[in-house]
Design a protein around this ligand. Structure first.
Ligand code: HEM
Length: 333
């Protein structure tokens, strides 16, 4: 499929979801289903999908040590080992995983190749790391801040985080730094897929859709916060009813809230079936979480089926007379 079709289709998909959400907001019954039943359904789909994906990954055989290494492995005592890039023990592997999960270490090592005067030239490329990390951390902060709707009294950490996030005090209500960085990250990641020919070539519908879906959530959230305020008390009462399994109170909110919620539910239900499950996959990635002790331990594939071999020795024993008769050389007389 042409790449521009993928981009167009993803915009159309987001628009279709927005229209469906607007229709839901118009109908009392559909609105009640969205706020009363959908949260539990979505959670069930999410949990089932997540568990299913993890079980499938966990069941994949990993017979060999296959950690990716880019540092000196542990060997003789006088050879200096790189314990993080080539971990020889669990602490090193944990350190490496932490670097990967919190700082996207391998993306930091990203490089790009260019042909300059007919020769390939390799250069470091940090922009993807920078915007990728910024986007993910912002999303995490936004998610933490949302806990104010789901906890009573609000966890002090969430209050502190919100205060810190809005400390620039730009506008009323204050613009959160994480909202600005979330949007900047999304714009970079989307434009990268649209304008870089190599990345555009390998981008699928779902790559654009995932970014646009999160952008739609952020956009509706920002509109609610800064331009079309919703009754936050009503939202909190609703969110508290979900977590306490009480009958949901009327949402008493504008159409933007329904759009926001609808987009969020689509994201959460779709997440386990999409590439966005990389947030769980990273923990189960053998190339990252294994230790490299290939030099000190022999690893045998536990699933090796017994192989029936016919050695040359046996072959010669079987055919020695015939070989000799045909004048062929033999090892044993
Ligand atoms: C994937 C999950 C979600 C994401 C990424 C997300 C994202 C955002 C963003 C970026 C904003 C802009 C302002 C801010 O950062 O606070 C926002 C606002 C808002 N969100 Fe969400 N949201 C999510 C889930 C939810 C849920 C489940 C609810 C329902 C309780 C909700 C209700 C709201 C409300 C009421 C606002 C306006 C806040 C205000 O006026 O201060 N969001 N959201």
């Amino acid at each position: 499929m042409k790449q521009s079709t993928n981009i167009l289709l993803s915009f159309i998909a987001i628009l279709a979801i927005a229209l469906a959400a607007a229709a839901v907001a118009e109908s009392q019954i559909a609105g009640n289903v969205l706020t009363g039943i959908a949260p539990y359904l979505v959670l069930a789909v999410f949990l089932l999908g997540f568990v299913y994906r993890i079980i499938r990954w966990a069941k994949s055989p990993v017979p060999f040590r296959i950690p990716t290494t880019c540092g000196q492995g542990k060997s003789l005592p006088w050879v200096q080992n790189n314990p993080v890039e080539n971990p020889a023990g669990p602490l090193g592997a944990i350190g490496r995983m932490a670097g990967e999960i919190f700082l996207f270490r391998s993306l930091f090592r990203n490089s790009q190749a260019e042909i300059v005067n007919g020769r390939p030239v390799y250069d470091s490329a940090k922009w993807l790391w920078f915007f990728g990390l910024m986007f993910h951390l912002s999303l995490l902060v936004v998610a933490f801040r949302h806990l104010r709707f789901f906890t009573e009294p609000v966890v002090p950490f969430v209050m502190g985080l919100s205060a810190l996030d809005g400390f620039l005090e730009i506008g009323i209500p204050a613009l959160y730094i994480s909202d600005a960085t979330l949007l900047a990250g999304l714009v970079f990641l989307f434009l990268r897929r649209v304008f870089l020919p190599q990345v555009r070539y390998i981008s699928l519908f779902t790559d654009y859709f995932a970014l646009l879906l999160i952008a739609a959530i952020a956009a509706t959230g920002l509109l609610m916060r800064h331009f079309f305020p919703v009754d936050l008390n009503a939202v909190k009462t609703l969110a508290m009813s979900w977590v306490s399994f009480a009958p949901p109170a009327p949402a008493n909110a504008n159409v933007l809230f329904y759009l926001h919620l609808f987009f969020v539910f689509v994201l959460i239900a779709w997440l386990p079936w999409s590439k966005l499950t990389h947030m769980a996959g990273i923990f189960l990635s053998p190339t990252r979480n294994q230790i490299n002790n290939n030099r000190s331990q022999r690893h045998l594939n536990p699933w090796n089926a017994p192989v029936k071999v016919h050695s040359y020795e046996e072959y010669e024993d079987e055919f020695r007379d015939k070989m000799k008769a045909a004048g062929l050389p033999v090892e044993k007389e």
